[in-house]
Structures are given as structure tokens and as C-alpha cells.
Design a protein around this ligand. Structure first.
Ligand code: HEC
Length: 144
């Protein structure tokens, strides 16, 4: 009788453990939108570690900057406004070339494809996607 109780306790403890770890994993995947987007869209050039050594760099004219040093090179302050604008493409010169894709446009187009003729707010969608990247890049900063 005793051993049965211990067994059922152990089983329920095990189930709780399993449930929490599944939950934690799920939450991790769901929550880290910035990381997921970075690895999908940016790592090919900037590298998985954001340090500028992505697999396609040999074919680029300009090497992608090390994105972990943005704060360090800016007096210890994360240059959020500049980073936002270089991702959105607002900093893009009217003439001349830019090797990095204009993500504001990319995200606007993918929202249009996704929502089709349903009403949606494209500015808000683009901003949310850029802000999640900004938050992730901020987290990747090297200490000063
Ligand atoms: C095709 C290669 C490529 C891809 C993909 C790419 N970048 Fe870049 N990125 C560059 C290059 C090259 C530069 C240097 C400036 C330039 O030539 O446009 C740059 C510059 C930047 C800068 C400016 C850094 C500064 O000093 O202000 C940021 C921020 C940045 N990239 C973030 C991203 C993010 C976020 C993504 C993914 C959504 C991304 N990049 C995808 C190539 C790329």
C-alpha cells in the first residue's frame, strides 16, 4: 500500500516536471521572436552570434558590422534610433548603394501577403517586428 502511494506521488511529480519543462520550452520559443527573426533573416550576413561573419560575407562588397559592439562604440549607450532606422531602411541614402535589404519594405510586403484583404495596420506590424529585433540586438551587446 505504502509503495503504491510513493509510486503515484513519484508519477505525479514526474508529470508535473514534464509539464513545466514542456511549458518552459514552448514559452522560450514563443517569446524570443527577435532571436528567431535574427537567425532567419540576419545571420546569413551578420553571423549567428551577430559578430559579422555570416556565410555570405565573402560575396558582399562591404562587410557587415559586428552588431555586438554597437553600444561599446557609442559610449556605452545602445544607439536604438540609429539601429531602428538602419533596419527599417529610413536611413537609406536616396542614391548610392546599400547592401543590406530594406527590412521595413520586406516586412510591409509580407504583411500584405499575409493579411490579403483583411484590414490590418501595416505600420504597427512593421514596427513590432523591428522592435523585437532591436530588443534582441540590445541583449547581444558586449559589456563595455
Ligand atoms: C545581405 C547581407 C545582410 C543581411 C541579410 C542583413 N544585413 Fe545588416 N548590414 C549588412 C551590411 C553590409 C551592413 C553595413 C552597411 C551597409 O552596407 O548597408 C549592415 C548594417 C546593419 C546595421 C547598422 C549597424 C550600425 O552601425 O548602425 C544594423 C543595425 C543591421 N545591419 C542589422 C541587421 C538586421 C537586424 C538584419 C536582419 C533583419 C540584417 N542586418 C540583415 C548586411 C546585411
Amino acid at each position: 500500500m505504502m509503495s503504491l502511494r510513493i509510486l503515484s506521488l513519484a508519477v505525479s511529480a514526474g508529470l508535473t516536471l514534464m509539464a513545466t519543462s514542456v511549458q518552459a520550452q514552448g514559452q522560450g520559443r514563443m517569446a524570443d521572436l527577435g532571436k528567431r527573426e535574427f537567425e532567419k533573416s540576419c545571420a546569413s550576413c551578420h553571423g549567428m552570434d551577430a559578430r559579422g561573419s555570416g556565410v555570405v560575407t565573402p560575396w558582399l562588397k562591404k562587410s557587415p558590422p559586428d552588431l555586438t559592439l554597437l553600444s561599446k562604440n557609442n559610449g556605452g549607450i545602445f544607439p536604438a534610433d540609429r539601429v531602428y532606422k538602419s533596419i527599417s531602411g529610413e536611413d537609406s541614402p536616396a542614391h548610392g548603394s546599400r547592401e543590406m535589404p530594406v527590412w521595413g519594405q520586406v516586412y510591409r510586403m509580407s504583411a500584405a501577403e499575409y493579411y490579403m484583404d483583411h484590414p490590418y495596420n501595416d505600420e504597427a506590424i512593421v514596427r513590432a517586428r523591428i522592435l523585437s529585433l532591436l530588443e534582441y540586438i540590445n541583449r547581444m551587446q558586449k559589456p563595455r
